[in-house]
Write a protein that binds this ligand. Structure first.
Ligand SMILES: NC(=O)c1ccc[n+]([C@@H]2O[C@H](COP(=O)([O-])OP(=O)(O)OC[C@H]3O[C@@H](n4cnc5c(N)ncnc54)[C@H](OP(=O)(O)O)[C@@H]3O)[C@@H](O)[C@H]2O)c1
Length: 162
C-alpha cells in the first residue's frame, strides 16, 4: 500500500486557522478532488468535524479519534489499527490535519503539496519537511501557477525510518 500525504501550506507552513483552511482556492480544491478520487482518505477527528461529519463522496473516509466513533464512517483509535484496516488498498491519502501529518510524515511514501505563495495567519502548521528535500524527499513533479504550485515528492530509496 502506498501512503500519500496531501496538504496545502503557505510560505511559513501555515495549514489551518480556527479549525478550517485560512484560504479558498477553487483550483486547489479541484486538484485535491481529482488527485484523491476513488482512494481512501485518512483524517483526524478535527478535519472530519470541519466537513460537518459528512464523508467526502466517492472515497472511503476513515477517521482517527481516541474519543469519538461514528456510525457512518470507520473510526480507529490508533494509526496502526487504521493502517491495518487499509492494508490491502493500493493507495491511501492522508488528508490531515496538523496532528495527523506530524505523526505520519515519517512513514508516508509520497507528499502531494500545494505551495501557496501568499502568507496567511494561522494556528496550525505543517511539520517542516523542507529541510529534508534532496535527502529524504525527491521532487518528482511540479506545476507552477500564479498563486500556488503543485509539487509531488517521493521518499528517496533507503530513507524510510524503521
Ligand atoms: N491546509 C491543508 O492542507 C489542511 C489539511 C487538513 C487540515 N487542515 C487544517 O488543520 C487543522 C486541523 O488540524 P488539527 O491538528 O487541529 O487536528 P486533526 O489532526 O485533524 O485531528 C486531531 C484529532 O485526531 C485524533 N488523533 C490524533 N492522533 C491520533 C492517533 N494517533 N490515534 C487516534 N486518534 C488520533 C484526536 O481526536 P480525539 O480528540 O477525538 O481523540 C485529535 O484530537 C484545521 O485548521 C484544518 O483546516 C489543513
Amino acid at each position: 500500500m502506498k501512503l500519500i500525504i496531501i496538504v496545502a501550506h503557505d510560505p511559513n507552513l501555515v495549514i489551518g486557522k480556527d479549525g478550517s483552511l485560512p484560504w479558498h482556492y477553487s483550483e486547489d480544491l479541484k486538484f485535491f478532488k481529482r488527485t484523491t478520487m476513488g482512494a481512501p482518505l485518512l483524517m483526524g477527528r478535527v478535519v472530519f468535524e470541519e466537513l460537518n461529519e459528512k464523508p467526502l463522496p466517492g472515497r472511503e473516509n476513515v477517521v482517527l479519534s481516541r474519543s469519538k466513533s461514528y456510525d457512518h464512517v470507520k473510526t480507529f483509535g490508533s494509526i496502526d489499527d487504521a493502517l491495518e484496516y487499509l492494508s490491502d488498498r493500493d493507495e491511501v491519502f492522508v488528508i490531515g490535519g496538523g496532528e495527523i501529518y506530524r505523526q505520519m510524515i515519517d512513514i508516508v511514501d509520497e507528499l502531494v503539496v500545494t505551495e501557496i505563495k501568499k502568507e496567511y495567519e494561522g494556528d496550525t502548521f505543517l511539520v517542516d519537511y523542507r529541510e529534508d528535500i534532496g535527502t529524504v524527499w525527491e521532487e518528482v513533479w511540479r506545476e507552477d501557477h500564479e498563486e500556488f504550485s503543485f509539487v509531488k515528492y517521493k521518499r528517496s530509496p533507503g530513507s524510510k525510518e524503521s
